[in-house]
Design a protein around this ligand. Structure first.
Ligand code: ATP
Length: 367
């Protein structure tokens, strides 16, 4: 059969109907519940979700540190259930880099290659190549207990990439770094993925990190994958309330579907007014629905508009201003507007204003 593809790319890793139960009887815990996902070659793929949702468990199944209760893990189309971790073309970078402190940077990077019994010359060439990729040539002979946190993270990465795995698993590798270094390393990681062409499967609970780094993101909750898509898809077109809530800030509007046409639903809002909303593939919106509108996809105006409400609070943030309003049906709605120099908002707390929802800004949630 033809290998599975994602967006025209061959699939590197596939989880097929994976469930993982820890413990038995009344202590049984279903960490993964019928999870299926395909991750493409050369993809930066992120598993995003709150603590305990099953991200690490999925990584450990791919690495071979755990075995599924049911379902299969395929690598390059082959079931690898019986392959021990060290025989899988997969490597892992953990949150605690687990470097050997008494060894130098270069010795740490060569470690995996030595375990594989590679010839000396090949090891030296590969280590030099890795240190260059990490921009760490200067530090080759420094002991790893004498380098900074960011440098240690780079060494851990170089060590994991050195044996040229097909897939690199990264379990919250940046969470020990301070904010600024973390931002730097995010860009570095993205660059390394692009330069090596290795499939990265990255685990984080940080939504901003997931959006800025990934080709695609899988949002997980309670052992399930709720939505997979590009960062833009996940942010602009969340399919479920959990996804909308977990990523960014969100307004909800209640309404009733009046008709569906060409992938868009005409919705009569509970507050009055009509709005056209998009919806995810496979859905047929009808009856009462909830719409999602991101705060920056709406605009506050004087006079009447799609929505109207009373201003409850105006909060200035430098780059933008958040205008918190109460709509006529009692629900809250926040508008986020970019600031420009000398532009003063023509309204204040207590005023009634109109809210214009941008074209294609509303998305219908699945029930
Ligand atoms: P975190 O971000 O906190 O690491 P996570 O999303 O990676 O969370 P997992 O570590 O995959 O979540 O855990 C999923 C669930 O499975 C949790 O409820 C966890 O307590 C449970 N679990 C994980 N490993 C084991 C184990 N070896 N034995 C029993 N329960 C486990």
């Amino acid at each position: 059969p033809e290998p599975l593809r994602v967006n025209e790319r061959r699939v590197a890793v596939e989880a097929r109907n994976i469930s993982k139960v820890f413990g038995t009887g009344e202590h049984a815990l279903r960490a993964l519940d019928d999870v299926s996902v395909g991750i493409a070659e050369n993809e930066f793929f992120t598993l995003l979700g709150p603590s305990g949702c099953g991200k690490t468990t999925l990584l450990r199944l791919i690495a071979g540190f755990e075995f599924p209760t049911s379902g299969a893990i395929l690598l390059g189309g082959e079931d690898i259930a019986t392959l021990p971790p060290y025989k899988r073309p997969v490597n892992t970078v953990f949150q605690s880099y687990a470097l050997f402190p008494h060894l130098t940077v270069a010795q740490n990077v060569s470690f995996g290659l030595e375990m594989l019994g590679k010839p000396r010359g090949e090891i030296e060439a590969r280590v030099a190549e890795m240190l260059k990729l990490m921009r760490m040539e200067q530090l080759a002979n420094r002991r790893t207990d004498q380098i900074s946190g960011g440098q240690a993270q780079r060494v851990a990465l170089a060590r994991a990439l050195a044996p040229a795995p097909k897939v690199l698993l990264l379990d919250e590798p940046l969470s020990a770094l301070d904010y600024k270094l973390r931002k730097e390393m995010q860009l570095e990681l993205k660059r390394m993925q692009a330069e090596t062409g290795i499939t990265f499967i990255f685990v984080t609970h940080d939504q901003e990190e997931a959006l800025t780094m990934s080709d695609r993101v899988a949002v997980m909750s309670a052992g399930k994958i709720l939505q997979v898509g590009s960062p833009r898809d996940i942010y602009d077109r969340p399919a479920e309330r959990f996804v909308a809530d977990f990523i960014g800030e969100t307004n909800y509007l209640a309404g009733t579907v009046q008709g569906v046409d060409g992938g868009r639903a005409e919705v009569l809002l509970k507050t009055g007014g009509r709005i056209s909303a998009s919806y995810s593939e496979g859905m047929t919106p009808s009856g009462e629905v909830t719409l999602v509108v991101r705060p920056e996809h709406a605009r506050a105006v004087e006079g009447a508009a799609d929505l109207s409400g009373a201003v409850e609070d105006i909060v200035y943030f430098g780059t933008d201003t958040h205008i918190h309003t109460r709509l006529d049906d009692g629900s809250a709605f926040t508008v986020r507007q970019q600031n420009s120099r000398n532009a003063v908002l023509p309204f204040a707390r207590g005023d009634r204003i109109g809210i214009v929802v941008g074209d294609d800004a509303a998305q219908v949630l699945r029930d």
